[in-house]
Design a binder for this molecule. Structure first.
Ligand SMILES: Cc1ncc(COP(=O)(O)O)c(C=O)c1O
Length: 415
């Protein structure tokens, strides 16, 4: 036993991140063989066709033109009111549900997850998400002394597995009174799946059924990190309207993030948007989460909040940002389309991709498949049950031919 000074709940914590491991290998290969020869499909940020990290040009212009005091001053703990208004309205567009809605600024979407887990589940509780999920959900739960459990995301027809979802929700609510359900949609990381509106209806129906027991409290935590890369603005947001008029023991929390939608990844700016039929629930939502912000990071990045408010309040700027983002979206779309077309032609099974930064190939031994792909200088992220390919980061010229190579790597390692 090595000597440890850590408190009992902190002992042994060690964040191993497969994504950083895989991107380290890609960086080494790039240094050795040159950028042109290497396919780095590990990066979770939009890279343009020159493989350079891209900033939405108008976002850059507005940020650089902010008065310096608007960047360096402290902000209110709950967030700048103009930012919160912008975040709420940009999130819903024309699909605002009939409900009380309020928001608290957070350090990115990760901050939303942190606060929601801390404030809406008991220590020792289990939080649920789908079996394909973004790894940090588990770290966030564990660090807060909660557990993460999963339901099966897809049924045999590769639609949302409502039966598995319903079973998991009901079995957990037999054991605990508070339940947080994390759903990352639309444009799910890692699969690129988006629930259809009727699948959302079914999800909500399951929650409503459970909420008939008024002892129970359900938080639907919808991680919308990729909402701005999920398709046409209003058609990919219609599901948001469904969070209106729900029982008061169901709270919806949307995890708004500026990381992808505004290419502000490192600026750590987001907001938790609460939606409830109960005014008191919303009052409490603002109070307790603001308190947790004070206790966690105090206030967040004022410059990025100001940037969003500035863009939102100027129709011409907003239209420009949306157009520029759309051209990024079209590039990603095109890359994913090439991959899907070629996957079908070469008989490569993949999980259903609708939109977003990533697509996933199921595999029995993802580590072996990723290692095999290194022979072709292709670098992807091995997940527990598949290989994640970041179409956000690989130009279409390098996507061409990739599906076939993945198929051959899978065959070579015997699936
Ligand atoms: C599924 C998912 N949720 C949330 C986030 C949170 O991002 P941030 O904390 O940068 O807003 C990410 C970022 O990669 C993500 O992939």
């Amino acid at each position: 036993m090595t000597f440890s000074l850590a408190a009992s709940h902190a002992k042994g914590k060690f964040a191993t991140d497969k994504i950083f491991g895989a991107s380290g290998a890609a960086a080494q290969a790039t240094a050795k063989y040159g950028k042109d020869k290497v396919v780095n499909a590990t990066i979770g940020a939009f890279m343009d066709d020159q493989e350079t990290l891209a900033c939405i040009p108008t976002v850059e212009k507005v940020l650089r033109n902010l008065p310096i005091n608007e960047i360096i001053s402290y902000a209110p703990i709950a967030g700048l009111p103009s930012f919160l208004e912008a975040a709420v309205n940009l999130t819903f567009a024309d699909n605002k549900p009939d409900a009380y809605i309020d928001a608290v600024a957070t350090a990115g979407g990760s901050g939303v997850l942190h606060h929601a887990i801390w404030n809406y589940s008991e220590i020792g509780d289990t939080v649920i998400t789908s079996d394909w999920y973004w790894g940090p959900y588990e770290v966030l739960c564990e660090d807060a002394l909660r557990k993460l459990d999963t339901f099966v995301l897809f049924d045999e027809k590769l639609n949302f597995n409502i039966n598995s979802f319903a079973d998991k929700v009901s079995s957990l609510l037999e054991k605990q009174d508070n339940l947080i359900v994390i759903l990352n949609a639309p444009a799910h990381n890692p699969t690129g799946y988006s629930l259809t509106d009727s699948e959302w209806d079914q999800v909500i129906q399951v929650c409503k059924e459970q909420a008939k027991n008024t002892q129970k409290r359900i938080v639907l935590l919808v991680d919308i990190a990729y909402l701005d890369f999920a398709g046409e603005k209003n058609s990919c947001r219609t599901f948001l309207k469904k969070f209106g008029e729900l029982p008061s023991n169901i709270l919806t929390i949307l995890a708004f993030s500026m990381s992808k939608g505004y290419t502000m990844y490192g600026q750590r700016t987001g907001a938790m948007i609460g939606v409830s039929s109960d005014k008191e629930v919303m009052r409490e939502f603002v109070n307790i989460n603001q308190f947790t912000s004070r206790a966690t990071w105090s206030n967040i990045n004022r410059g990025a909040m100001s940037l969003l408010a500035t863009v939102y309040n100027d129709k011409a700027l907003l239209a420009q940002v949306e157009n520029e983002r759309n051209s990024f979206y079209q590039l990603i779309r095109n890359r994913a389309d090439i991959f899907m077309r070629e996957a079908q032609a070469s008989g490569l099974d993949m999980l259903p991709y609708r939109a977003g930064f990533f697509l996933t190939i199921p595999a029995n031994d993802p580590d072996a498949v990723c290692d095999k792909l290194h022979d072709e200088l292709i670098y992807a992220v091995p997940l527990a049950k598949g290989v994640r390919i970041a179409v956000c980061a690989v130009p279409s010229t390098k996507i061409t031919g990739m599906a076939d190579k993945v198929q051959r790597a899978i065959q070579a390692v015997g699936k």
